[in-house]
Design a protein around this ligand. Structure first.
Ligand code: GDP
Ligand code: MG
Length: 165
C-alpha cells in the first residue's frame, strides 16, 4: 500500500491550497472562510518515483470557538492514525498559536516523521519577518518555509518527506 502523508493544522492556514499544489490540480475547495473542506480529500501522487497518497484534513464546519480546539484535534488524530508521515501546516504570518502547539503535542505522541510547513511565506522579504525560530522550537526537526499559493519551497518539502518514507 502507498504511504499516506497527512496535512494537518488549524483552519485557514492553507492546508487545502498546499494539497492542491501537491496534487497538481484543484481538488480541495479553498476559501477565505475557515473550515470549508467538508470531506477528507485524497490524492495519489508520484514523488521522485514513489507512489504516495496525500490527505487533506479539516473537513468540518467549526461549530464554535469552544469546539474549534477539539475538532482540530479530532481531525489531526484521525489523520495521524493512518499516516506514515505528517505535515503540520502553520501560518507564518501569525507565528505559533496556542492551537498550533496543542496539535503539535498530539502529533509528537504518534512517533511518526513530522514536518512543519510554515505557509504563506510568499517572498524572501516575507521570510525575514517570519519567526522561524518559534517553529523550530516545536522540536519537529524539519521546518520548511513555503508558499502553497506560489509554490515557493514546496519541492524542498517534498524532497524532505520522500527521504523519510
Ligand atoms: P485551510 O483551511 O487550512 O484548508 O486553508 P485554505 O487552503 O482554504 O486557505 C485559507 C486562505 O489562505 C485562503 O484565502 C488562501 O488563498 C490563503 N492562502 C493559502 N496559501 C497561501 C499562501 O501560500 N500565501 C498566501 N498569501 N495566502 C495563502
Ligand atoms: Mg481546507
Amino acid at each position: 500500500p502507498r504511504p499516506v502523508v497527512a496535512l494537518v493544522g488549524r483552519p485557514n492556514v492553507g492546508k487545502s491550497t498546499l494539497f492542491n499544489r501537491l496534487a497538481g490540480r484543484r481538488v480541495a475547495i479553498v476559501e477565505d472562510v475557515p473550515g470549508v473542506t467538508r470531506d477528507r480529500n485524497y490524492a495519489d501522487v508520484i514523488w521522485e518515483g514513489r507512489a504516495v497518497s496525500v490527505v487533506d484534513t479539516g473537513g468540518f464546519e467549526p461549530e464554535s470557538r469552544d469546539r474549534l480546539m477539539s475538532q482540530v484535534r479530532e481531525q489531526a488524530q484521525l489523520a495521524v492514525d493512518e499516516a506514515s508521515a505528517v505535515v503540520l501546516v502553520v501560518d507564518g504570518r501569525d507565528g505559533l498559536t496556542a492551537l498550533d502547539r496543542n496539535v503539535a503535542d498530539l502529533l509528537r505522541r504518534a512517533g511518526k516523521p513530522l514536518f512543519v510547513a510554515v505557509n504563506k511565506v510568499d517572498t524572501a522579504r516575507t521570510e525575514e519577518d517570519v519567526p522561524l525560530a518559534e517553529f523550530y522550537g516545536l522540536g519537529f526537526g524539519e521546518v520548511h518555509a513555503v508558499s502553497a499559493e506560489h509554490g515557493r519551497g514546496v519541492s524542498g518539502l517534498v524532497d524532505a518527506i520522500v527521504e523519510k518514507l
